[in-house]
Design a protein around this ligand. Structure first.
Ligand SMILES: *Cc1c(COP(=O)(O)O)cnc(C)c1O
Length: 460
């Protein structure tokens, strides 16, 4: 195999980014304001302070500052696992017989196993700076809870994690990992909150959803002294912190004299894709380049491909603010048969707006079995066992590479390998045994969820 670029490109520690990139400063059309659920007025920092850390609330509303300095203590933590490698997928290219150049940015090289640690450590830092004693959160598949456990113990903060019940049953070792890092893990819906007790009255809700777990964690935060709620995806602040992925990726590609024709990421709440895109979107918004961005979502939870661009609550319990985003309705319950953590009913308002305005070129829904086929091809070729979520991006990258094989085009394709799949062996087992299925919602199923999108007279 001839290699004119190395298999892995690492930046040096000195090249670790010093600033996050805030794409909102450059967006042509900002996303519609986040609305207070009671007054339906745009939320202010003061509105958010009972729920969020003050500095994070400010970041959430910041449309001005293009670059925001990464605190030195956060950079010190990043140095334990960043800069993360940019890998040229030579073995995968060979396995596919494609002329395309495939690169991936690997975010699974830390104990929590995903990119989520990038935001967890920043959020824990701001909480500590504010003098808080603890945080509450939800976790779907467990990656965010694991990441936040690592971050909280580092800054000596207490942590309560509401874990979606189906995931806690599918992934018992995630709980062990979180507890090892000192967190308290509660299966959601639980009887520890009033929204949890309400949800438990209906047997259909037993498996839980991210929306319900969010409601529970928020309820605990606002009713406890010295605690705030933090979230691992969807929010602007999370995309801000995750911009480190794209900034590093662009710098590493520059070293190779490369620039992507295509950037592909899986999209649950949008944070790893938003992060990976960041520095390239900066170029695109400035009119310098025009990479083709693809968001890949599961066919079982298709917010961008089959949802509606509308104001909706971010949680089932309707306690969080309303965001204008692609949504399936806050009461939408994805099928429990889905193995990945891409189960949120909505999508980052930033990504939603960029997609609506055509800056994200394409959203694609892929079914679970084809995702695991792609995961298997990748694992066997490249060595790393990918997270099922990341494998959605791999599916699209492989499909694009195979198109290049047909056309002979030598496209440069960058995709996000947002995490590893070491805690997803139960899903791999099902796939290996041929029992993994997918339940794609019918139009009627979706209609039930979409019907729960609130109608807000006078508000578009
Ligand atoms: C949480 C998670 C995702 C989905 O969340 P985004 O906010 O859309 O990135 C994707 N990949 C991995 C590995 C995750 O842990």
């Amino acid at each position: 195999m001839s290699q004119n670029v190395p298999y892995k490109t690492y930046l040096t520690e000195d090249e670790l980014p010093t600033h996050y990139y805030n794409v909102r400063a450059d967006m042509k059309v900002g996303h519609a304001p986040i609305l207070h659920p009671g007054t339906l007025q745009p939320v202010t920092v003061a509105d958010m302070e009972p729920i969020f850390c003050t500095e994070l609330a400010k970041q959430e509303l910041n449309t001005e500052d293009r670059f925001i300095e990464i605190p030195e203590q956060v950079r010190a933590f990043y140095r334990m696992y960043r800069p993360s490698p940019l890998v040229r997928a030579y073995h995968l290219e060979k396995a596919l017989g494609t002329p395309a150049k495939l690169y991936y940015k690997y975010e699974g090289g830390n104990t929590s196993g995903s990119h989520k640690l990038n935001s967890a450590i920043a959020q824990a830092y701001y909480a500590k700076e504010q003098g808080l004693t603890g945080l509450t959160t939800e976790t779907g598949a467990g990656q965010w809870g694991s990441a936040l456990s690592m971050a909280c113990v580092y800054f000596d903060l207490e942590l309560e994690v509401y874990m979606v019940r189906v995931s806690s049953e599918q992934k018992p070792y995630r709980k062990v990992l979180m507890e090892t890092y000192g967190a308290q893990v509660i299966a959601s819906p639980s009887d520890t909150t009033s929204i949890g007790r309400t949800m438990l009255e209906n047997p259909e809700n037993q498996g839980g959803s991210l929306g319900t777990a969010i409601s529970e964690a928020v309820e605990v935060a606002v009713t406890s002294e010295g605690k705030r709620y933090v979230l691992g995806s969807v929010l602007n602040q999370v995309l801000l912190h995750q911009s480190i992925i794209g900034i590093e990726a662009k710098k590493a590609l520059e070293k190779l004299d490369e620039y992507p024709d295509m950037v592909i990421g899986c999209a649950g709440g949008g944070s790893n894709l938003g992060g990976l895109m960041s520095a390239f979107m900066e170029d695109k918004l400035a009119g310098r380049t025009a990479p083709h961005f693809i968001a890949v979502e599961p066919a079982s939870c298709p917010s961008m491909t089959r949802g509606r661009f509308a104001y909706d609550f971010c949680d089932t319990g309707q306690v969080t603010p309303l965001a204008k985003m692609y949504t399936l309705g806050h009461a939408f319950m994805p099928s429990p048969s889905h193995a990945g953590g891409l189960r949120f009913h909505g999508m980052s308002p930033i990504l939603s707006q960029l997609f609506h305005d055509g800056f994200i070129d394409e959203a694609r829904a892929v079914d679970q079995v084809s995702v695991f086929q792609a995961a298997e091809i990748f694992a066997r070729a490249e060595g790393t066992l990918p997270a099922p979520e990341s494998s959605h991006a791999i599916r699209a990258a492989i499909d694009e590479a195979l198109k290049c094989k047909e056309t002979g085009e030598q496209k440069t394709i960058l995709f996000g390998l947002s995490g590893n799949g070491y805690f997803d062996l139960a899903a791999y087992q099902q796939y290996n045994e041929g029992t993994l299925t997918d339940r794609v919602p019918t139009d009627e199923d979706l209609e039930r969820g979409l019907a729960t999108i609130p109608s807000l007279p006078g508000i578009q």
